[in-house]
Write a protein that binds this ligand. Sequence first.
Ligand code: PEP
Ligand code: MN
Length: 353
Amino acid sequence: MELEPILLPGIEPKRPIVIAGPCSAETEKQVMETARQLASKGIRIFRAGIWKPRTKPGGFEGVGVEGLAWLKEVKRETGMYVATEVATAKHVYEALKQGIDLLWIGARTSANPFAVQEIADALKGVDIPVLVKNPVNPDLELWIGALERINNAGLRRLAAIHRGFSSYDKKIYRNLPQWHIPIELRRRIPELPIFCDPSHIGGKRELIASLCQQAMDLNFDGLIIESHCNPDAAWSDAAQQVTPDILDYILNLLVIRKETQTTENLNELRHQIDECDNTLIEVLAKRMRVCREIGTFKKEHDMTVLQAGRYNEILEKRGAQGAACGMDAGFVKKVFEAVHEESVRQQMEIINQ
Ligand code: PEP
Ligand code: MN
């Protein structure tokens, strides 16, 4: 991929490059107030969603073109660069007309090649930085495909944003980080800057600091973080936004380590362990959900919770499967005994309800 390393004049590729601002531009007052506070903390690139893709109708869908004038004012008054999300050719034309400095493509849009191609066509011959969020589904090829479409339209100032991947089961994160996917993107396109979006990965402000640190330990180039002058009153994504003050606090706490082969490798391996443990917990939670469904079935059909034949079959089979994967059969049995105990406890709860 032919890329230009400097995204914006005057913004050095010094880690982390920070983009901050509210999820959505709501009112001129909210935009200006947030922007002034962020500028006073040294933030150089301001984000705000003007058009908001919402999962369900009826939510706040963005102020639309009116808000672009507020971003223009942010730029004039604070000198910050301004960024917004585009999802259609019309968004691109409007944003370019108002002098927006940087565009990003949202996760729902990058999952759709027709939409990305439409944006790429609208951008042909334009030299503007474009950040491509990962698609909502964990598909690295689709993510790279979206980047290639924009690159093929002649754009050279590109970067990726890792914002996590959606999943069905209950979880700690709003969107699972699945760090191995951006790590593989780095391996495939080493010269492509990668940003982390801890706000949309975490979904809760408490998770932002640790996600930022993880991203820095994995040698990400930048961070895009949602910040609002009054987070609790935000019209979208209230739970995950932080005040400019808190953002500054989080950024100051970050430890930026130099890239050294050994510790970097160790970090990467540790993140793989975290990844495995997260997957284990999610799979266990899913298993328990299925168990509770079985509990409901047993209750409706007057069956006993404990079906001894089935239990023995599970222990034997899993022990043998574990041994075939190089683990001690006794260890695997022990794990499944514990899992079974919790399953029984959860089914009893259902039956005794
Ligand atoms: C956003 O950045 O506000 C947004 C809508 O994010 P995503 O596309 O990652 O869901
Ligand atoms: Mn948001």
